[in-house]
Write a protein that binds this ligand. Structure first.
Ligand code: ADP
Ligand code: MG
Length: 316
């Protein structure tokens, strides 16, 4: 049976409003892993990926506060750091959950780079907000000092740094992970890959890959990973039970089992929030067009049922 990629959203790793401590992160992941162990018990190949917004935000803030004493690291390095910390967390919490569920599989984090094109138009139009909110004075100062693009968030009344969000083109560690899965006959390993959408790199003329100041959408990167590994199911796990039409409006309709065509139509009509649900749906459509069999959007508690077609939004 072709395998599953589960893409964990911020909520699976960090609860809105918690204190951002490591203890809180462990507690949150500990509450998530039994469901992943249950999925792993089904015996299909399982690959995990995750978002990293809050974790990168914390590292950016640490950089900012410490810059007088410790040289700041660029964004690609922070991306690598978050893959390390979140991968470590998942390894530490999922491994004992697997043992308890009597599943004999090993969890392994692979620091992953995602190639993007240096000519991607996103580099001329930074759109992805990262880090904390700034006042107008701070915003002006940082724009001048670091050349940052800044954007005003009307809803929260503050300024944020904007970085480019180029499209993922290739996952550089894909071949290695494919071989790993083959060596484990598919079910010996649970790789954690492409965290935060992968570290964005561009290929220079000399063939060397170089990190760039950008962030890659984790849902689009998840779709790429699932296609490169030839997996059958892409499951995007977030903080809502599925995707809805007329979301938050009168006549809101949660989507259950729907056709690709119907999802495409809703996507084209702009039913899904920019930067939140829209990239998930786009990721799923790309995956299905690229030969994927099944696309699911759901939350952690509903994941096992969603994979049986009893919850969530599912397209096959
Ligand atoms: P994640 O961290 O899991 O990527 P996001 O916040 O980016 O989560 O995306 C999930 C959010 O998308 C939901 O909490 C919801 O507020 C929002 N959203 C926007 N449009 C829709 C829609 N049509 N149906 C469901 N949720 C939507
Ligand atoms: Mg998101």
């Amino acid at each position: 049976m072709p395998g599953i990629l589960v893409a964990l959203g911020g909520n699976a790793l960090q609860r809105a409003g918690d204190d951002g401590s490591w203890t809180a992160a462990r507690k949150q992941v500990r509450s998530t892993v039994p469901v992943l162990a249950e999925v792993a018990r089904g015996g299909r190949e399982l690959v995990l990926t995750h978002g990293n917004g809050p974790q990168v935000g914390a590292l950016l803030r640490q950089n900012e506060l410490a810059s007088a004493e410790v040289a700041s690291r660029p964004l690609d390095v922070l991306g690598a750091e978050t893959q390390g910390q979140v991968g470590y967390l998942i390894q530490s919490e999922l491994s004992p959950a697997l043992r308890r569920a009597k599943v004999d599989r090993m969890v392994l984090t692979v620091i992953s780079r995602t190639e993007v094109s240096a000519r991607d138009p996103a580099f001329r139009h930074p759109t992805k907000p990262v880090g904390r909110y700034y006042t107008e004075d701070e915003s002006r100062a940082f724009r001048k000092r670091f050349g940052w693009a800044m954007g005003f968030d009307g809803a929260r009344g503050g300024w944020r740094r904007l970085v480019p969000s180029p499209r993922p083109v290739r996952w550089l560690e894909g071949q290695a992970v494919r071989r790993l899965l083959e060596a484990g006959l598919g079910t010996g390993w649970i790789p954690v890959v492409s965290g935060g959408g992968g570290i964005p790199v561009v290929r220079r003329a000399n063939g060397v890959y170089e990190g760039v100041e950008a962030v890659i959408d984790k849902d689009l990167a998840a779709s790429l990973v699932a296609r490169e590994l030839g997996l059958g199911t892409l499951a995007i796990v977030t903080d809502v039970p599925g995707a809805a039409a007329s979301f938050g409006k009168r006549g809101e309709r949660w989507l259950r089992e729907i056709s690709r065509k119907e999802l495409e139509d809703l996507f084209r009509r702009g039913e899904f929030g920019e930067g939140s649900m829209a990239p998930k749906v786009e990721a799923g459509l790309q995956f299905l067009r690229g030969g994927g069999r099944e696309f699911v959007i759901t939350d952690i508690p509903s994941l096992p049922r969603a994979l049986r077609g009893e919850a969530g939004t599912r397209v096959r």
